[in-house]
Design a protein around this ligand. Structure first.
Ligand SMILES: [Mg+2]
Length: 247
């Protein structure tokens, strides 16, 4: 019998290599944004995203940000608008800006990327096997700083097929920061179980400390490419690089 009723999983560095975001998802946007806008220029949703990016860019330009090229939706030709949007998306992503207008367009592009088979969520084999096993004996939830929509794409279009049937629910930072213990308290309340009956797995030690403080069981995920752990974490917490050990 398992010593927990719920498994709460982080994604990046836990079920999925950290490199997936930086080496697959981000380059997909940078390589395809111009072509995507061209192909779907008449799509009203694309037009909404273009307007949002233009508004943001014009605000940035007014604020004196040199990389922001103002976009005039009335005077510029569609081709010029497309090029400027692509250039603006490019510098914003390189500057790692977390801006709603950028996130909106990225999310829309990723949805097409996954649905067309150009993108697949990368999962560690043992994570998939463990998720399938856990789903029969307990319940699996996800808690990631990626949006719930992005999580559903990664798991729904994974390189191991559709994993959503094995997952009982998703949380993102709408419930609170992953580094604050109250977020974990809220998740336990929302699921309706005692914190001590939840096992949280993450590669990030600050997230582990926050969950621990909320009374969760914790395991630190050790995967290739993850940030190094402090000696204190290695000494005081359980570590794993194979989730099947936890079953
Ligand atoms: Mg992580």
């Amino acid at each position: 019998m398992l010593g927990y009723d719920i498994v709460l999983l982080d994604v990046e560095g836990t079920t999925t290599p950290i490199s997936f975001v930086h080496e697959v998802l981000f380059p997909y946007i940078l390589d395809n944004v111009d072509q995507f806008l061209k192909a779907k220029w008449r799509d009203p949703v694309v037009q909404e995203h273009v307007r949002a990016i233009a508004d943001q860019t014009n605000k940035d330009a007014q604020a004196g940000i040199v990389h922001a090229t103002p976009i005039d939706l009335d005077a510029d030709t569609p081709e010029v608008i497309r090029q400027k949007v692509a250039a603006n998306v490019n510098w914003q992503m390189k500057a790692d800006r977390k801006i709603a207008a950028l996130k909106g367009l990225q999310g829309y592009m990723w949805r097409f990327g996954y649905a067309s088979g150009q993108l697949q969520g990368v999962m560690f084999d043992d994570a998939v096997e463990a998720i399938k096993r856990w789903s029969t004996d307990c319940k699996v939830f996800i808690y990631s700083s990626g949006s719930v929509e992005a999580q559903k794409l990664i798991f729904g279009y994974s390189d191991h097929g559709d994993l959503l049937p094995y997952i009982s629910g998703h949380y993102d930072t709408n419930i609170g920061s992953k580094q604050e213990s109250q977020s974990y308290t809220k998740i336990a309340e929302d699921i309706g179980v005692l914190p001590k009956r939840i096992l949280f797995i993450s590669d990030n030690e600050n997230e582990i400390y926050a969950a621990d403080q909320a009374g969760f069981q914790t395991v630190v995920s050790v995967r290739p490419g993850n940030p190094l752990l402090t000696e204190a974490t290695k000494k005081n917490y359980k570590l794993t690089s194979d989730f099947m050990e936890l079953l």
